[in-house]
Design a protein around this ligand. Structure first.
Ligand code: TMP
Length: 205
């Protein structure tokens, strides 16, 4: 495929969405064709799934395994409908969250079997891995101070221990793939972070 695929990851209020948007904007201004997208909810089917798993629009509770299958169904459709066609057309795709979210939140966070999750992701994405993944990290205190970890949705209301496991899970994923992951300190200024990200992306494309 001739395009480039960049993903942004991190816990709530890390600033990843802002950085993903800034990168998209910068590349667009530089004349690149950019597709800026997100998970869950990057397709019409995904929006319906997001209403179920994030906004809690279900009757009763969703079990952890059903939840991970819904996130993965969202991703499968997203790759098929949006990401792969854009990459095949030579575009730059920037996604706010991708399969590392499932590994961090459902694998490390909710302690679902990582081997099962990895093979599920490979199947659902047809083995499509990002060229680079920007992990925008903030500690739990910073996230909370920015209004995170206390939302009313199903996933963002949870015990601190869960968020510690998710954050540490991201670190573990980054350690396993140091060439793909770029770890950033989300407490740095918006401008400094954006500059660092462009220093990585600029020479690649
Ligand atoms: P967002 O706030 O970045 O839009 O993400 C929505 C929530 O969904 C967030 O709490 C993280 C969670 N999530 C998972 O738990 N697993 C996943 O695979 C994805 C994509 C998101």
């Amino acid at each position: 495929m001739s395009g480039y695929f960049f993903t942004f990851e991190g816990i709530d209020k890390s600033g990843k969405t802002t950085q993903a948007e800034l990168l998209a904007d910068r590349l667009h201004k530089a004349g690149r064709e950019v597709v800026f997208t997100h998970e869950p909810g990057g397709t019409p089917l995904g929006q319906a799934i997001r209403a179920l798993v994030v906004e809690g629009k279900t009757q009763g509770e969703i079990c952890d395994e059903a939840e991970v299958l819904l996130f993965t169904a969202d991703r499968c459709q997203h790759v098929w409908e949006v990401i792969r066609p854009a990459l095949e057309a030579g575009k730059v795709v920037i996604s706010d969250r991708y399969f590392d979210s499932t590994l961090a939140y459902q694998g490390y966070g909710r302690r679902l079997d990582l081997g099962w999750l990895v093979s599920l992701q490979e199947k659902a994405t047809g083995g499509l891995h990002p060229d680079r993944t920007f992990l925008v990290d903030v500690d739990l205190e910073t996230s909370k101070a920015r209004g995170g970890l206390q939302g009313s949705d199903r996933l963002e209301t949870g015990p601190e221990a869960l968020y510690k496991r998710i954050r540490n899970g991201y670190f573990a994923l980054a350690e396993k793939e140091p060439d793909r992951f770029i770890c950033l300190d989300g407490r740095e200024s918006m401008e400094a972070l954006s500059k660092r990200i462009f220093e990585v992306v600029g020479p690649m494309i």
